[in-house]
Design a protein around this ligand. Structure first.
Ligand code: UD1
Ligand code: UDP
Length: 362
């Protein structure tokens, strides 16, 4: 019997874990001796940042809900470690599975490591090489104490090798699993639905902004908003707004008049928007890849990206928070030639299968 406790808490983790849970359930139905218990930390808690994903993606409902969200990094991570530890002592799992690089990821990994429970890290090895990002700290520390490192890309494997993974005391096993987000994008594409009540023009741009380095720096945020508002004079810019960004925009003097701002949408609506837009402008990690899966060009409003292969493929351009660069990239953007899509780059939609097989058979 493989008893797995999955720790999640933030929007992208619900989407990623959805694909792996589906794979676990299908192996279980096929007779495999495997059990998953889901712990939701509560890091994201609004209905449109959390519940909607469990409802529409048919993810098993969490077995535990910790309700720890909307706090500082230290308070959030510390309280999560304490509560997760209690659950792990009770559940005595063979594995703790964590996703990505949020505070929920790190809390799950720390709690498990002190109890000597094996950690499976999905989306291991990614690096921005910017230690000021909270996510970079979370992912490096999580990788360092994980037993199996499921890498979405070859670049992630290379990063771990460069860090000397084979010398780590944990005896960590590195596996190129592919990216579970591609599994989800393929699975949900045919189920996509237009967001109700939203009128879109034919060639609208889809935009998201939530990254701390942009939202918490008034000058960077102002530059981005000014550039988007200017672009929106000639092209519709649809912006499903993360609550973090919404709160900050409300407290400042930002001109967002031309933008089509909507509340965060569920994944089926989001997939529809990605599939129907003409380009993506974002600082999200996940959305950069989804743009690629759907053959859309992407302008990334960050100074670096963990998904370096997209920049190398000419599908993604990094513009930071520089208004001139954002506008220039917008003017220069061409329809990305979807003939150039390299299916093998992210594992071709079978990452979850590979991950579950590894957990079952090692
Ligand atoms: C977190 C992750 C980030 C990920 C993002 C996905 C960390 C350090 N950051 O950032 O890597 O890209 O999730 O979206 O873990 N809020 C609400 N309602 C919610 C959720 C958040 O109002 O349902 C507001 C609260 O004011 C909260 C703020 O957003 O304090 C920030 O939320 P938090 O989870 O701390 O970080 P994110 O910016 O969402
Ligand atoms: N997403 C969504 N609704 C939205 C905005 C994003 O379903 O309103 C999805 C998006 O398609 C991607 C995931 O959320 O699958 C990315 O999450 P986010 O950008 O919050 O986090 P990141 O990937 O940057 O960590």
């Amino acid at each position: 019997m493989q008893h797995i406790v999955t720790i999640l808490g933030a929007r992208p983790q619900f989407i990623k874990a959805g694909s792996v849970s589906r794979s676990i359930l299908s192996r279980k139905e096929g007779g495999a001796d495997i059990e998953e218990v889901i712990v939701h930390t509560g890091q994201h808690y609004d209905a449109n940042m959390s519940d909607v994903f469990f409802e529409e993606l048919q993810i098993p409902k969490p077995d535990y809900f910790l309700g720890i969200g909307g706090k500082t990094h230290g308070a959030m991570t510390g309280q999560m470690i304490e509560k997760i530890e209690e659950i792990l002592v009770k559940e005595k799992p063979d594995w703790v599975m964590v996703y990505g690089d949020t505070n929920s990821t790190l809390a799950g990994a720390i709690a498990a490591s002190k109890l000597h429970i094996k950690i499976a890290h999905v989306e291991a090895g990614l690096r921005s090489f910017n230690m000021r990002m909270p996510e970079e700290v979370n992912r490096i520390l999580t990788d360092r104490i994980s037993s199996v490192l499921f890498c979405p890309t070859q670049a992630a494997v290379n990063n771990l090798n460069n860090e000397g993974v084979s010398q780590w005391q944990t005896g960590a096993k590195v596996m190129l699993s592919g990216d579970v987000m591609q599994d989800g994008a393929i699975f949900y594409r045919n189920l996509a639905q237009q967001p109700p009540g939203l009128a879109v023009k034919d060639d609208f741009a889809l935009c998201t902004i939530h990254r701390a380095e942009n939202t918490d720096d008034p000058q960077r945020l102002a530059n981005i908003v000014m550039a988007l508002n200017e672009i929106a004079q000639s092209k519709q810019v649809v912006l499903p707004l993360h609550p973090r960004t919404k709160k900050i925009l409300q407290t400042g003097d930002y001109d967002t008049l031309n933008l089509t701002i909507i509340d965060p949408v569920g994944y089926l609506n989001m997939v529809w928007l990605i599939d129907h837009c003409s380009m993506v402008m974002t600082d999200s990690g996940g959305l950069q890849k989804e743009a690629y899966f759907f053959g859309k060009p992407c302008i990334t409003m960050r100074d670096e990206t963990e998904w370096v292969e997209l920049v190398q493929a000419g599908a993604n351009v990094l513009v930071g928070a520089d208004k001139t660069k954002i506008l220039a990239a917008y003017q220069a953007q061409k329809v990305f030639d979807s003939q150039k899509l390299d299916e093998s780059l992210y594992g071709g939609g079978r990452a979850s299968e590979r991950i579950v097989s590894e957990l079952l058979h090692g």
